[in-house]
Design a protein around this ligand. Structure first.
Ligand code: BES
Ligand code: ZN
Length: 584
């Protein structure tokens, strides 16, 4: 009897879910899913309790395979884990069925009014289950170490379309309603369960990839992501065949809290990527890379999240290097280094969260989230690659992916594999310090390249136009992120006068600039633009630095609080929680 995961009630002595059948009716008026799930076990049950994770679910009935009721208890809510649903499972049982309803406050679901969509005519619903929100959509063993296949059937208004991170099977019209069926043949961790319902249209990008979006955004989306097949080919050349059949993209409403989410077969993307210049497709490369690192080889618990994200950033930059060259990859790595240093400063009071391997008993994964597992994980893998040589490290990566396909992994699994494959390598880079100590160890090597040095040499002053000629979005972001905080007002004013940064269209450049300006006390013309950005996006990567910059100065702190009170209803529940922590 032992818990598999500090964030789940799943117990290793109890039956394991192997697959489930899910049926749901989407009720936009009540903001509720009326649903039923049948969990099928890997083995006939020995008899005894089965503990499922739930959050804010109303349980109507728990039944056995013949439809007879089963004894069950819905325990009191834990603030992080939610409510344990304990079911008495008779010996020999191969499945249990739960009828239930979700809550309008389900943490994984955002219900949008028509006005909150691009088209303004139809409501919209989407899910975001990582890390531990799947339990607010369905009762389940909500830990990545229990992989499950599923079938799904969703009943929606016939004007709308349902999409899932799964293979679509059929759509049947029944008057005002339509029933859409799906199946997921590859076993997934529950955090990759995903759906969206809205006024959606699609356009093919390649034989195995199409993009879905609200009709008004479809053409822009198809243009921005036109080269997705090139990404797929580059990734397959690096990491082996793509195992998920299709790689479709879904452009989300503006309130989507992340840049992207690697839902298998159907990556979810923020509409802020539609910059009109294809400059932000590294996010597509990142979510695609998760098809190997994360979705195929999955962190066993959130304590090993760096195995998902650090490896994926490494893979993302390899794809980028293949498509855009090593200089571009180095610029991205240098931005990562800047963001990592900012994160260390923000975590000064909680340095234990800057270790790669974390201890998260009693800590919500959403609260522990930062760029540390991403960028420190990336630099750890770069240190190993530098010490081993690229060819040897590529071979090691292939071993890692091959050994744990459709598995769940821990930090020790990785360390053991490295020691076995290349004895002495861990000691050479001081792996212990990387994994279990805060900050960056002495074996860290900052990224370097000629193009990168040319940018960093200008940091601290406003460059002349000749010096920024030919700069990409990436160079601008690096320059702005590397600027001292605060920077002299005169420097900021000159930057804005010469380069019109407050009017920048690219959201990465714009947010990096607005953050620097606010942190430096430049407010003229800047604050209205900040307000506009905070009202038009729900992406946490933009909300957090802007609210934090406003809240950090006494002159603008009241504005941060007023804006949050005004705008919070537009934000996703997770973003609301995070921003509340920043402006409090
Ligand atoms: N899986 C993450 C998003 C996520 C992490 C959701 C943790 C919930 C909990 C996704 O792959 C991601 O990392 N997105 C980044 C992309 C960036 C690193 C290119 C983002 O949203 O900014
Ligand atoms: Zn990721």
């Amino acid at each position: 009897m032992a818990r598999l995961d500090p964030h789940s009630y799943a117990d290793d002595a109890q039956p394991r879910t192997k697959s489930f059948d899910w049926r749901a009716t989407v009720d936009f008026a009540a903001r509720v899913l009326h649903a039923e799930v049948t969990l099928h076990f890997a083995e006939p049950a020995a008899g005894g309790p089965l503990d499922l994770d739930t959050r804010a679910l109303d349980v109507d009935a728990v039944l056995d395979a013949s439809g007879a009721p089963l004894e069950h208890t819905l325990h009191a809510a834990d603030p992080i884990l939610g409510r344990r649903l304990e079911i008495a499972v008779p010996p020999g049982a191969r499945s249990v069925r739960v009828r239930y309803r979700t809550s309008p406050e389900a943490s994984a679901l955002q219900w949008l009014t028509p006005e909150q969509t691009l088209g303004t005519q139809h409501p919209y619903l989407f899910s975001q289950c990582q890390a531990i929100h799947a339990r607010s959509v369905l009762p389940c063993q909500d830990t990545p170490s229990v992989r499950q296949t599923f079938t799904a059937s969703i009943d929606v208004p016939s004007r709308l379309r349902a999409v899932m991170a799964a293979a679509p099977l059929s759509r049947e019209l029944h008057g005002e309603r339509a029933v859409e069926r799906f199946e997921m043949p590859q076993p997934i961790p529950p955090y990759l369960f995903a759906l969206a319902v809205g006024d959606l249209a699609s356009k093919d990008l390649s034989p195995r990839s199409r993009v879905w979006a609200e009709p008004a955004a479809l053409e822009a989306a198809a243009w921005e992501f036109e080269r997705v097949e090139e990404h797929l080919r580059a990734a397959e050349a690096l990491f082996g065949p793509y195992d998920w059949d299709r790689f479709d993209l879904l452009v989300m409403p503006p309130s989507f809290p992340y840049g992207g989410m690697e839902n298998p077969r159907l990556t979810f993307l923020t509409p802020s990527l539609l910059a009109g210049d294809r400059s932000l497709v590294n996010v597509v490369a990142h979510e695609l890379a998760h098809s190997w690192t994360g979705n195929l080889v999955t962190n066993a618990t959130a304590e090993h999240f760096w195995l998902n994200e650090g490896f994926t950033v490494f893979a993302e930059r390899r794809i980028l290097e293949a498509l855009e060259g090593p200089e571009m990859a180095a610029l991205h790595a240098a931005i990562g280094h800047q963001k990592l240093q900012q994160a260390f400063a923000q975590h000064a009071a909680r340095p234990e969260l800057t270790k790669l391997r974390t201890h998260l008993v009693g800590i919500d994964p959403d609260e522990a989230f930062s760029v540390v597992p991403y960028e420190k994980g990336y630099f750890f893998l770069k240190a190993l690659e530098a010490a081993a040589g690229r060819a040897a490290f590529d071979a090691l990566l292939a071993r890692w992916l091959g050994a744990h396909r459709f598995g769940a992994v821990t930090t020790d699994d990785f360390l053991a594999l490295v020691e076995r494959e290349i004895p002495g390598l861990l000691a050479e880079v001081d792996a212990k310090a990387w994994v279990d100590a805060p900050g960056l160890p002495a074996t860290f090597r900052a990224p370097d390249s000629a193009r990168l040095r040319a940018v960093l040499e200008l940091v601290g002053r406003a460059p002349a136009p000749g010096e920024t000629k030919g700069w990409s979005v990436t160079e601008w972001v690096l320059y702005l992120e590397a600027m001292p905080r605060p920077s002299p007002l005169a420097v900021c004013e000159e930057l804005d006068r010469v380069y019109g940064l407050t009017a920048a269209k690219n959201p990465e450049v714009l947010v990096s600039w607005l953050t620097l300006a606010c942190e430096s006390g430049l407010t003229d013309g800047v604050l209205p633009r900040v307000e506009e950005v905070l009202g038009r996006t729900g992406r946490m990567k933009y909300l957090k630095p802007l609210y934090r910059a406003l809240a950090a100065r006494p002159e603008t702190k009241p504005l941060a609080q007023r804006l949050f009170a005004e705008l919070r209803a537009r934000y996703h529940p997770i973003a609301q929680q995070v921003v509340r922590g920043v402006v409090a």
